[in-house]
Structures are given as C-alpha cells and as structure tokens.
Ligand binder design. Structure first.
Ligand code: PGA
Length: 242
C-alpha cells in the first residue's frame, strides 16, 4: 500500500523542513514504507535533500506546465527540477485554474515522458453524482490517456470532488465499484501486462480515523491524502495504519 501526501499550498519551506526533521527523528516509522510526498514547488529541493535517509521515498510535483520550456511566467516545467513523480488533473487545477481536458492531456504526456510515476486525478462532482453521471465524467477524464505507456508508471487517483476537503467519504463499496469501472476501462485500452502495472489510489478526506477501514477495499493500491497528511502525528498514524 502506498501513502501519497499532497501538501497542496499548506506547508511553506520552513514548515516542510520542520516536518521532515520530525520524520528523521522518528524514522523507524517510515524506513520500510512506500511514501510519496508532493510538497509546494518551492520546497521540493529541500524536502528531497532532507529525506535521503529514506531510500524508498518518492518526491514529486503537484502539477506541471503543459509546455516543456518557453515564455510562461510563473509556470513550472516538468524539467524545472529533478523529481520522481508528478500529479496532473487534480480537481483544484480543473476547477480553480479552469484546466481543460486538453491542457491536462498535455501535462499528462509531459509527466509520462519525463518522470518515473505519474498520478492522474479523476473524479465526479456532487451534481454529476446526483445525476448518475459519474461514469460518464470518469470516461471523459480517462479519454486523455495515451494509447501506449512507456516510461512512467501510471497511477489513477480516484478523488470524488465532493469528498475532497469536506469530511465526506464514500462507502468502501462505492469506491470499489468505481475502481472496478476504471480497471475495466484500462483493460480495454492496454494489454494485461501494462494493466498489471497501473495502480489505483483513492483520495478525498482520508484521515487517521478512516484509513484503516478504507485500506480494506480490495482493489485500492494506495491513498492520496491532502490536509491530514500535513500534520505530522496524523501522517505517522496513517502510515502505520496501512
Ligand atoms: P483531502 O485532499 O485529503 O484534504 O480531502 C485530497 C486531495 O485533494 O488530494
């Protein structure tokens, strides 16, 4: 089971360094665990440098530019800094930054071609769920996947928008049903050999109280956790629970 911490814009560089210092002090909790951390862009370098004591840790970008280089003030290329992973298509990018599927596809391709692991986030809004349009939405969001996968490991993170930051978590059955749908979609697109390597995550209001129960879902390979992953004690509890 993989634990992926999406620190969003919650922790600045000094908060991130403090967090990593705590991890070092209690490193026996983390050494043999599969952990991914997505710090703010400005903290990536220091988090990378200060987590070398964890041989398995993966540090990544929360987003990348749709371009590799050029006149794009304020944007960050996937090649801006050496990272192991990148998230694309997070619902906050889709909603707040108005990112279309076309733009996310370009980001996805950049990540898939340049880093070891790429997380594509997908998920329906409350309105879409209420109108029974969940699978249509997911199909549309998955339609940007390339025909072939070569370099990067693909991770699909199912994150219902209505669950992110709200404390509302779908039932295990609901999540499992959606993950099965995603698996079927992938099976139609890729060979069995490739499908076996694609991982499925759940994200949305995961915390130290529900992660154990959520990890009973048969087809979930990991979790993408936002706000709860920014508090060291919660982070530690969650990692120890899975
Ligand atoms: P949350 O966010 O855990 O704060 O709900 C999850 C995410 O946005 O990846």
């Amino acid at each position: 089971m993989i634990f992926a911490a999406n620190w969003k814009m919650y922790l600045n560089e000094s908060d991130s360094n403090e967090f990593v210092k705590q991890m070092h002090l209690e490193k026996e909790n983390f050494v043999d665990k599969d952990i991914m951390i997505f710090p703010s862009f400005s903290s990536i370098r220091s988090v990378k440098d200060n987590t070398l004591f964890l041989p398995k840790i993966v540090i990544g970008m929360q987003d990348c530019s749709h371009e590799i280089t050029g006149a794009l003030t304020g944007d960050n290329s996937i090649n801006a800094i050496e990272v192991d992973a990148c998230i694309v298509g997070h619902s906050e990018r889709r909603k707040i930054f108005n990112e279309s599927n076309e733009i996310i596809k370009r980001k996805l391709d950049n990540a898939l071609n340049n880093v070891a692991s790429t997380i594509l986030c997908i998920g329906e809004t409350k309105e879409e769920k209420d109108k029974n349009e969940t699978f249509n939405t997911l199909e549309n969001q998955l339609s940007i996947l390339p025909k072939e996968l070569h370099k990067s490991q693909l991770i699909i993170a199912y994150e219902p928008v209505w669950s992110i930051g709200t404390g509302l978590v779908p039932s295990n059955e609901y999540i499992s049903e959606v993950l099965s749908y995603i698996k079927r979609y992938l099976n139609e697109l890729y060979s069995d050999e490739i499908c076996d390597k694609i991982l499925l995550f759940y994200g949305g209001s995961v915390d130290e109280n529900n992660i154990k129960e959520l990890s009973k879902i048969g087809n979930v390979n990991g979790f993408l956790v936002g706000s709860a992953s920014c508090k060291f004690e919660k982070f530690k509890k969650m990692i120890n629970a899975i």
